[in-house]
Ligand binder design. Sequence first.
Ligand SMILES: [Zn+2]
Length: 361
Amino acid sequence: MIKFLDNKLFRYLFVFLFLNSSILPLKSSSALAAWVIKTNGVLELRTKSNTNLKAYFQKANKISGDRFWVDFPGELKNPRKIKGNGPIKEIRLGKPNNGKTRLVIEFKEEIYLNPLTWKMIGLDQNRWRIKLFSSKYPFKKIGEGLVEKKRVNYKATQNTIYRKKGEYNYLKLPDVKQNKFLVVLDPGHGGPDPGAIGIGGIRETDVVLEVSKIVEKLLSEKGIKVRLTRKNEVDLDLPPRVAFANNKDADIFVSIHANASRGKRRDINGLETFYYRGWRGRLLAKKIQKQILRVSPGSPDRGVKQGRFYVIKNTRMPAVLVEIGFLTGRLDARRLEKTSHRKRLAYAIAKGILEYLNKVG
Ligand SMILES: [Zn+2]
């Protein structure tokens, strides 16, 4: 809500929005959670709560057109460029220096902008809006993530994810009460038991261990205590996995597996999540299934099902067994061999868990 203060400075860089708040630790992840530029020329941002934003404008020079940018605390993981349309030449998300995120909007030369009239409006603790150009310029909406809190349109979100493969971190993970929950993750198989063997020799034990470790990291960052039933390639029977979770009195138990089809059919792909009993287990399964599907476009939804697997039948807390794809399926295997996809899956599983804990815990 602060207007430009000094016209003389306008030729140079200058700050027109500067809001005080708590300062995030240097190494934290980007405070930018989502952004969108709408057809009417309005930029909307969603950030972490109490974020300190700085916005700048610079007139065109020999190298680039008019540029508007916003700096956020926290470091961006994947710098990227997005082609603009209409009045916008390009949008860049970058890391100007360590611990910072910068969103740059570069305009085309012939566009008339009047930044002196611009004002950044704080809609609430973590949403911001600024009108950058007139709706007389035809423009197709560009954005990443969900700016609005409610009115979730999963189709649209899914499409965004389809387009932005490899960029899972902009979907901000929900917060939960710190130091309150204990989650036991169970990477299936291990040691002499590799589990499913898929196309090109890809092994279930390796895939699920890596995914589990990333889930562990993501949940730990949210203040959740996480224990893995195994951390490396060891032979671990099913009863000790169950006993481990029961003895620790975990809040939830999540066993992570990858599938193989009979006859190793390459046309069978898909994701499924099992629970044994109870609405809590079912809810947890639903939350996870929904998220893993979102990062696995085109792979069939085999659903949330009741299953009698030993580890979910004998654990005393809400427990699920997730099958993150078919190592024998052409589509799934090609993805599962990539760390980028494993990260996306881990992110999705973590998100499902956090959503569940938020609701039930
Ligand atoms: Zn398995």
